[in-house]
Design a protein around this ligand. Sequence first.
Ligand SMILES: *Cc1c(COP(=O)(O)O)cnc(C)c1O
Length: 354
Amino acid sequence: MQITIKKAETLKQRPDSKKLGFGTFFTDHMFNMDYEKGKGWHSPRIEPYSSIEMAPSTMVLHYGQAVFEGLKAFRTESGKIQLFRPKDNLKRMNRSSKLLCIPAIDEKFVLDALKELIKIEKDWVPDEPGTSLYIRPTIIATDPFLGVRASYTYRFFIILCPVGAYYAEGFNPVKIWVTKEHVRAVRGGIGEAKTPGNYAASLYAAEDAHEKGYTQVLWLDGVLQKYVEEVGSMNIFFVINGEIITPMLNGSILPGITRDSVISLAKQWKIPVSERRISIEEVFSAHENGKLEEVFGTGTAAVISPVGEIKYTDKILSINSGKVGVLSQKFFNALTDIQYGKIQDSAGWIEVVL
Ligand SMILES: *Cc1c(COP(=O)(O)O)cnc(C)c1O
């Protein structure tokens, strides 16, 4: 398939790279491609960023059949532009699609298309420390039809968004609230897919947490409400008595790429790491015994998000006196150093664009 390119006639005024925030500014162009049953994916094109016109009956608006991804491109000190583990994102997108009955994309073709798009938008990749170009590939069901079935047509698109340093105000631990009233996902459902419905399902609990003065929700498993699953929309790690523990992938946890990167680094550094079930009681009893050293979340946006306080029922647990832990800092530094090309990538995680 040949990608058609239509350049924008007028370019947007680019925002001040010190005031980017997250998710507000979008670049001049986007990648689009359509799917039709019997025809497959077709008409790949890079064109000006624009609205998508759709009928009010468009299936995605009613039944939520959609998947997305989130990854970043980084500008190195020498001015190169590089991606972090993009092949893993596209592979995961296909896994999510399978759970939502969305047809697979050609991962290699889409990676090439993404690189083409970034080359056209290269001046949008910011160079202030900690900034990056956030990439949002998305697939939506587009049949104009009311009735529950998988759509016969889809739109795939990629939009790009320059984003500011996540820790502009410093690397500060967050306070999290363990909810027993809400669950995010259950095994056999779509918890392991990156799909809008999971986010919609998390809003009510998040608002509840905010009202109680907490930044994020710590999710327990949906059946017993006993085992820890995720924190907000991040994976979670505990350091107990020198061992790194993260909940094993059980079908209701999103297989994070940052999660996988942290596990790989821990193994490389010969730090004991295990993927297993961990109950909230175990976390509290480790704390009582003075063995709970660190807690942190992992995800593309924040990379590492240290946790300073956990509230569960009427108990409040303070971790590492609310300070950033040694390993949290070490993982954050190592991952960002690889992403910004400050240290050699020995794992094949970096894909140079330009
Ligand atoms: C995207 C996401 C993560 C983190 O995945 P990364 O690949 O590390 O960005 C974790 N949990 C949920 C629910 C997510 O949607």
